[in-house]
Ligand binder design. Structure first.
Ligand code: AP5
Length: 208
């Protein structure tokens, strides 16, 4: 199964993605995680991407599309992949369709985790992430409940950057909802409910 997780920043794509990976072992391909790892490693990609990420802007397509093409061609993604944070605009969606077609594969669909903007702002302001294992939690977690690592606030979870990220989502990423709907490939779940309830709906939508 090849699926895309769609939704505004902070809608819960990573949270639901982590659950699906733990239960079903999908290859979880998060472009945000890949870019943050590149920034941490101070690689050439990380150096180029950092200023865009800190400003809440999308990194240029030419930096991200080849990275994803390479990642979905890895053996662990052959059985199926769950893309989280990609595509972010129509050009990326078309590039993904073409790359999958070249490999004789096809996208099964896109799952929209739907949450209102005011809920998003409060979630992102209190989000904390584990520096060691990447676990996503909140400011209630003083240490990571999974590995005991240090929890930190992402640079792009500051109020002024959150606003930019929401604006970018509305102008560039939200049009993907129609893109997939017109192809009959859109599922949607209400993400403004407790994580377990959202997850139950996610599994129902994906027939898992
Ligand atoms: P990325 O890392 O993809 O960020 P994002 O899309 O903004 O998504 P988030 O990780 O912020 O949110 P999420 O939906 O995963 O929510 P989460 O589960 O963490 O991208 C970062 C940057 O990288 C971009 O701004 C861009 O610069 C660049 N980038 C990445 N991909 C790119 C691409 N394809 N092209 C160009 N640039 C790209 O949940 C959020 C919080 O809410 C957590 O604290 C969580 O515990 C909590 N929560 C989750 N679900 C619930 C619930 N049901 N109830 C209550 N709380 C909940």
């Amino acid at each position: 199964m090849n699926i895309v997780l769609l939704g505004a920043p902070g809608a819960g794509k990573g949270t639901q993605g982590q659950r699906l990976v733990e239960e079903f072992g999908f290859a979880h391909i998060s472009t945000g995680d890949m870019l943050r790892a590149a920034v941490k490693a101070n690689s050439e990609l990380g150096q180029k991407a950092k200023s865009y990420m800190d400003a809440g802007q999308l990194v240029p397509d030419e930096l991200i599309i080849d990275l994803v093409k390479e990642r979905i061609s890895q053996p662990d993604a052959a059985e199926g992949s769950m893309l989280d944070g990609f595509p972010r605009n129509i050009a990326q969606a078309e590039a993904l369709d073409a790359a999958l077609a070249e490999m004789g594969r096809e996208l099964d669909g896109a799952l929209l985790v739907d949450v209102a903007a005011d809920v998003i702002v409060s979630r992102l302001s209190s989000r904390r992430t584990c520096r060691a294992c990447g676990f996503t939690g909140s400011d209630k977690h003083e240490v990571c409940p999974r590995c005991g690592g240090e929890m930190y606030q992402r640079d792009d979870d500051k109020p002024e950057t959150i606003k930019n990220r929401l604006d970018v989502y509305e102008s560039q990423t939200a049009p993907l909802v129609s893109y997939y709907k017109e192809q009959g490939k859109l599922w949607a779940v209400d993400g403004d409910r407790p994580v377990d309830e959202v997850y139950a709906d996610v599994k129902k939508a994906l027939s898992l």
